[in-house]
Ligand binder design. Structure first.
Ligand SMILES: Nc1ncnc2c1ncn2[C@@H]1O[C@H](COP(=O)(O)OP(=O)(O)OP(=O)(O)O)[C@@H](O)[C@H]1O
Length: 285
């Protein structure tokens, strides 16, 4: 079906994600070096042939029409595109928050698309951090508890969870807010707490769905600077944003349109490196 034709998300650097993997085993076709320099390391995330159609009362919405995607360790990839293009749906499929109609997903080389809800929940606790536009903090838990809870659930003891929470809050400039409730914080502060919660278990991949979408320009700058800092220290990030200025902080920008990849540009190949937060810092209120 032409509607469901697969759109290759192979980076323009020539790194390959194609080749139908036919088993649950880690895929043998290791990507070649990308512009980000993450040579032959296995992908942190790989997806093939993802399709998602919403079927309700009216006409079906073909949100994702066949997408292949590879994210390498330490890579910062932005997915940008107009409203309704299918960006959030794609991110939700990749994080196991929604199920594809068809297609396959690997995390660190292991097939995961057939996992139960419970196994996906474990993955999101340990190996994939997720941040959303509206923070999704637990409103009746303190900042400290919001961050420590996923660490405890993942098996850290209380001392380790406290130490990790302390390290992250310091790094994120939120010292002294441990006992605050989320509702007592600004939007930018709440998103920083959400980032700490997402990163407390050192996931290989951070999925961020419009993380600055409800922030003013100051909050946006703070959050983008932090994302950039974490990326500089090796964190792989997949950022969904409709804002091209924010996308320019990434190594690679995927333009999504009508459920398909319209373009996949490795910024480093063209410019000698992503712009980092430079474009973001120019944002004005
Ligand atoms: N739960 C749902 N039920 C039915 N249709 C949906 C649902 N969620 C999304 N859609 C439809 O799927 C398509 C893709 O939506 P999606 O939210 O993934 O796009 P998006 O690019 O993230 O948009 P935005 O930038 O506005 O958030 C749209 O046509 C949307 O109306």
């Amino acid at each position: 079906m032409s509607d469901e034709a697969r759109s290759s998300v192979v980076p323009s650097s020539g790194a390959a994600s194609s080749g139908a993997a036919s088993s649950d085993a880690p895929s043998p076709d290791a990507p070649s070096a990308g512009a980000s320099g993450a040579a032959a390391a296995p992908p942190v995330l790989r997806a093939e042939g993802l399709v998602k159609t919403y079927r309700g009362e009216g006409a079906p919405a073909h949100a994702v029409r066949g997408v292949d995607l590879v994210v390498r360790p330490g890579e910062f990839v932005a997915i940008t595109g107009p409203s309704g293009a299918g960006k959030s749906t794609l991110l939700h499929l990749l994080g196991g928050l929604q199920r594809p109609d068809s297609g396959r997903i690997w995390l660190d080389g292991a097939r995961v698309d057939g996992h139960s809800e419970a196994r996906w929940a474990v993955l999101r606790r340990r190996r994939i951090g997720v941040v959303f536009q509206f923070f999704n903090l637990v409103s009746n838990l303190t900042v400290a508890d919001n961050i420590e809870l996923p660490a405890l659930l993942a098996g850290s003891n209380a001392r380790q969870a406290r130490a990790e929470r302390h390290r992250l809050l310091t790094e994120l400039g939120l010292e002294g807010k441990e006992r605050s409730m989320p509702g007592e914080l600004s939007g930018g502060e709440q998103q920083r707490v959400a980032l700490a919660r997402a990163l407390v278990n050192h996931p290989g991949l951070l999925l961020a769905d419009e993380p600055t979408g409800s922030l003013d320009s100051k909050g946006t700058r703070e959050v983008m600077r932090l994302l950039s800092d974490f990326h500089q220290r090796g964190q792989a990030i997949l950022l969904v944003t409709h804002d091209h200025r924010l996308a320019s902080a990434a190594d690679r920008v995927i333009s999504f349109f009508d459920g398909r990849v319209a373009d996949d540009a490795v910024l480093g190949a063209k410019t000698g490196g992503g712009r980092g937060v430079a474009g973001v810092l120019e944002l004005k209120d």
